[in-house]
Design a protein around this ligand. Structure first.
Ligand code: BGC
Length: 739
């Protein structure tokens, strides 16, 4: 039967029940939601599950021997640091396959909000400060998931770029800012991947909840962009379900009977037409009919976790960013390594909240090093393990939760079991596990001894963050704690005295302050939140089995408040923010730093390698529609490596104010051996050069500089093209007269 035929057979009440979710999933335990079934017509419930770093379902179920672990992939901020579309697509596909085998029909991922401020608690779930990089990465992820017949959801549409007040904060931004930055990422991702679903965000946008914002959900999404898929709410978003359906929401999540009743009543009162209900229900039906559940797919509950672990590893090694290296790396296998920092022994796989994961295992940094044959200082290892065991295993909270859970399982107390098995408890356990400990517990003599007996020191610094909270601008979060700073300082002193080097590994969800201490150490490697294969990937990069090839998807600030968006953070009034004004406008990230000549700690697109690349032979062609940039990249260093090449465009000084430059294309080369080169060709659609001005898009005439670089501030090749007349487009990109 077609969607139209189903619509004819359904009563209005049934159609309304389709557009309101059925609560958290009962079919797949731990999945975030499901739609309502209509048994008499064979319409099944479809299951929706988080979240960007892997399928978030609960790994154990009451009375069931079998387990349901899902791979913990690297978080999105790492995926975008790979700048590798194929790798991200492969991760998406593996996540799709796990969803498929666990009976999940739609993934609630990827997250596509912007890295507007370094402190956003969900930056780890988002890709970039740049809409092109974010949009391309999201598109790759979606294509991967959907290649196996599972749907993907772009979230959170739009402006959920901070967690403080996320359920109600009013984001005030100009249309130009929205169209060029925040909406643009979604627009690119939709165009390049046709996601099954979009999730409207919790926050308000220019006075209206996103879920109740007709301009956003209907004018922009449906009319301007021609989006054909389903639009759902974030969980419990907004304050008026009838307004939501009228504004363009097709599915209210997680839903509930009260919401169904409210809409039925509104319909009976004539406040909402059957036509609108039909339009919304048809979107739900379209997705149901496409689903594996509807097609009768018999899921195995046995995804190929071994194969997916390999993909998690491959993405991780490509997304680490080497910020500094004074010849400390790579480490040769005969060197003895002193491993410091709790995070080396309890490496953090990912962030908390709906982006949490339940993998079979996490390889810690120290275990990864050991597995790869590195000689680590066993005495130091013992000290840390003893400490962590005392603190975390026999320590209060974690074991208490575990004990409760086990006894509830034995006694069969179902209410308690549901709760104790729930994510909340696991998240609490993870929170306590990842809590920081006092790091500076060595006396000078011990440190001197360790420095004497080892060849190199490795210190891991960790931070955790979660949905629902922003990170805080103080010691212990954005800044190092005193004990962390002292550990770095004292270890460096002891090792440098013996002519030995110190490497810092940053296992963090988004940037921390670095400028005040980076000179103390010899190398800094950012591993973000690398998923379950963390330790193996870290070991291989440290040992030089793989040259680092990740580059920053965001600007790393020197000082927190130099970021222009921080001035308005967390909103007004400060004590209890109700609105946040995006007063920096389009000057987000490098667009601000470059235009106003501010020096960051590390610029957008930055990342070192163990080898060196030469760029040559640039050629730029323009056929009236597309700019084709080609050039060669040659590995002129001593070891194999991949290079991320970036194309920025600097617009002429015209009537409209513009950023100094903007990313318009990028590419990651294959692994090039020393002496080997790759011919790179990047195509830039002309419309990518447009600015939003007075209700339309415009590419102003003049000379455009095409800047090819290894980062936003390491431009290697430049060529200019001329556009001889202004070109204008309507909001749906059809060409129009400029005047
Ligand atoms: C989050 C979403 C998530 C949903 C379902 C919300 O709190 O903001 O990202 O998909 O919960 O778990």
């Amino acid at each position: 039967m077609s969607v139209e035929e189903y619509l004819k057979k359904l009563s209005v009440e049934e159609k309304i029940s389709l557009i309101v979710g059925a609560g958290f999933s009962r079919i797949v335990f731990g999945a975030a939601g499901e739609t309502r079934a209509i048994d008499r017509l064979g319409i099944p419930s479809i299951v929706l599950s988080d979240g960007p770093a892997g399928v978030r379902i609960h790994p154990v179920r009451v009375g069931v021997e079998e387990t349901f672990y899902a791979t913990a992939f690297p978080n999105e901020i790492l995926l975008s640091s790979t700048w590798n579309i194929e790798v991200v697509e492969r991760v998406g596909k593996a996540i799709g396959e796990e969803a498929k085998e666990y009976g999940v029909d739609v993934m609630l991922a990827p997250g596509l909000n912007m890295h507007r401020i370094p402190l956003c608690g969900r930056n780890f779930e988002y890709f970039s400060e740049d809409p092109l990089l974010a949009g391309e990465m999201a598109a790759a992820y979606v294509r991967g998931v959907q290649a196996v017949g599972v749907g993907a959801t772009l979230k959170h549409f739009v402006g959920n770029d901070q967690e403080t007040g996320r359920m109600y904060i009013d984001v005030i931004a100009s249309e130009r800012t929205l169209r060029e930055i925040y909406l643009r990422a979604f627009e690119i991702a939709i165009e390049k991947s046709r996601p099954w679903a979009i999730m409207a965000a919790y926050n308000k946008l220019n006075g209206k909840y996103c879920t109740q914002n007709e301009w956003l959900l209907t004018k922009v999404l449906r009319v301007d962009w021609g989006y054909k898929g389903l639009v759902m709410t974030d969980w419990g978003a907004g304050d008026n379900p009838v307004e939501q359906i009228k504004a363009g929401i097709d599915l209210i999540m997680p839903g509930g009977d009260k919401i169904v009743e409210a809409i039925v009543e509104a319909y009976r009162r004539g406040e909402i037409s059957e036509e609108i209900i039909n339009a919304r229900a048809s979107k739900v039906l379209e997705i149901v009919l496409k689903s594996l559940k509807f097609k009768g797919y018999k899921y195995s509950n046995k995804p190929n976790l071994d194969e997916h672990a390999k993909i998690a590893y491959e993405a991780a090694v490509e997304g680490f960013v080497l910020l500094k290296n004074n010849g400390a790396l790579p480490i040769s296998l005969d060197k003895r390594v002193a491993v410091f920092g709790k995070g080396s022994y309890q490496t953090i796989r990912g962030g908390l909240g709906s982006g949490f994961t339940h993998p079979r295992y996490v390889v810690t940094i120290v275990d990864g090093l050991r597995e790869r044959g590195v000689k680590i200082d066993e005495k130091l290892d013992k000290i840390y393990r003893g400490l962590l065991l005392r603190f975390f295993e026999f320590g209060e909270i974690t074991s208490l939760f575990r004990q409760y859970r086990e006894s509830a399982l034995k006694t069969g107390n179902h209410g308690a079991i549901q709760w104790l098995l729930s994510d909340f408890v696991d998240t609490m356990i993870e929170y306590f596990r990842t809590m920081n400990i006092q790091e500076n517990f060595f006396d000078d003599a011990t440190l001197d001894d360790i420095a004497k007996n080892n060849d190199i020191a490795l210190i891991t610094i960790t931070r955790i963050s979660s949905e629902g909270f922003d990170r805080y601008p103080a010691k212990g979060d954005f800044y190092l704690r005193d004990d962390e700073h002292n550990l770095i300082e004292r270890v460096s002193k002891a090792f440098h005295k013996c002519g030995k080097k110190v490497v810092v590994v940053l296992n963090i969800p988004s940037p921390i302050e670095i400028a005040s201490w980076r000179d103390l150490v010899d190398a800094i490697l950012v591993i973000w939140m690398p998923g379950q294969e963390a330790g193996r990937a870290v070991a291989d990069v440290l040992l030089g089995r793989v040259s680092p090839s990740g580059k920053l998807p965001l600007t790393w600030p020197k000082e927190l408040y130099e970021n222009p968006a921080m001035r308005a953070f967390p909103g007004e009034p400060r004590e209890d923010p109700k609105r946040v004004v995006y007063e920096e406008g389009i000057y987000v990230g490098y667009r601000y730093y470059d235009t106003f000549a501010v020096e960051p700690a590390y610029e957008f697109g930055y990342g070192l390698s163990y080898t060196k690349f030469k760029y040559e032979d640039i050629n730029v062609e323009f056929d009236g529609n597309t700019i084709t940039v080609s050039f060669k990249v040659k590995n002129i260093g001593g070891c194999p490596g991949k290079e991320v090449v970036q194309v920025y465009v600097r617009a002429p000084r015209g009537r409209i104010e513009k950023p100094f430059q903007e990313l318009k294309g990028f590419h990651k080369t294959r692994a090039l051996n020393p002496g080997e080169e790759e011919y790179v060709m990047i195509k830039i659609p002309l419309k990518y050069l447009a600015s939003f001005d007075g209700g339309k898009w415009i590419v102003e005439r003049g000379l455009y500089e095409i800047r090819v670089g290894a980062s936003s501030r390491d431009i290697r090749l430049v060529k200019t093209i001329e556009i001889d007349k202004d070109l204008c487009y309507a909001t749906n990109w059809s060409p129009i007269q400029c005047s």
